[in-house]
Design a protein around this ligand. Structure first.
Ligand SMILES: [Zn+2]
Ligand SMILES: [Zn+2]
Length: 254
């Protein structure tokens, strides 16, 4: 059993072969894929894809890139979408100070609002943090005890991971853990307890080695799980079992 806790198979990158992509994932032993919305239209597509495939679940929320496009009607639309039984999380939300596609102050305000909405909806959150560790942690620490969820595509060091664990968050490991220059992430994987780890593809992005350079897809989460097994010195089966259990428990998939 294996779960890809963070994919974007609703994106048009998969429009020509989504059936094959889902089938290949199933053949590789992946039981569930969580496909994650990034703006309102994309959230609608994510829910539609989740309705189409039994093994696919959806997360809805507005990515920091699209934060500036949020208006009064956006949250009502998300509340409606979240009623769908295949919606298991709220996100991805957070801060992206690398690309800054929305102004930073707007990202921060919308992030706080969406943490509140996720709490209202009683959904775990999927947090995106790129080059915004300090601000992300400050905001999450303000909500201590009021939130549960995942730091997706974790890119901090172990000191930050420890703060996230203390707040009750899980740490999700992307395919970049297979890259030569990812020694800080491998250190995090080594030290974070197995009952706090998830694996993800973030496909079509971040393709793990040795497939780097090609479009990523959920079947490749196997490569990431193998690398995590190597780093932690436990069997591949144990990594699959533990990370899947963590995911299924958090998302409430039965
Ligand atoms: Zn992200
Ligand atoms: Zn993503």
């Amino acid at each position: 059993m294996l779960v890809d806790s963070h994919a974007h198979i609703e994106l048009e990158d998969f429009n020509n072969d989504r059936d094959d992509v889902v089938r290949r994932a199933r053949e590789k032993g992946i039981d569930y894929i969580v496909t994650v919305g990034i703006d309102l239209d994309d959230c609608r597509r994510a829910v539609a894809v989740a309705e189409e495939y039994e093994m696919v679940y959806a997360s809805v929320g507005i990515h920091p890139h699209a934060a500036a496009a949020i208006d009064e009607s956006t949250y009502d639309a998300l509340r409606e979408l979240a009623k769908n039984e295949k919606v298991v999380a709220y996100g991805e939300i957070g801060l992206d100070f690398f690309r800054n596609l929305s102004p930073r102050e707007v990202q921060i305000e919308r992030f706080k609002e969406q943490l509140g909405l996720a709490h209202e909806l009683d959904l775990p959150v999927i947090i995106h943090d790129r080059e915004a560790h300090r601000e992300t942690m400050e905001i999450l620490e303000l909500r201590k005890g009021n939130q549960r969820g995942i730091i997706h595509c974790f890119s901090g060091d172990y000191a930050m991971a420890k703060r996230c664990l203390d707040l009750g968050y899980l740490i999700s490991v992307p395919g970049t853990v297979t890259y030569k220059n990812s020694s800080i992430l491998r250190d995090v994987v080594r030290k974070v307890p197995l009952d706090k780890l998830l694996v993800e593809t973030d496909c079509p992005f971040l393709t793990p080695e040795p497939k780097r350079g090609k479009r990523n897809e959920p079947a490749n989460v196997v490569l990431t799980a193998r690398k995590v097994a190597d780093i932690k010195g436990v069997s591949f089966e144990e990594i699959c079992r533990m990370t899947s259990q963590n995911a299924v428990n958090l998302f409430g998939i039965t």
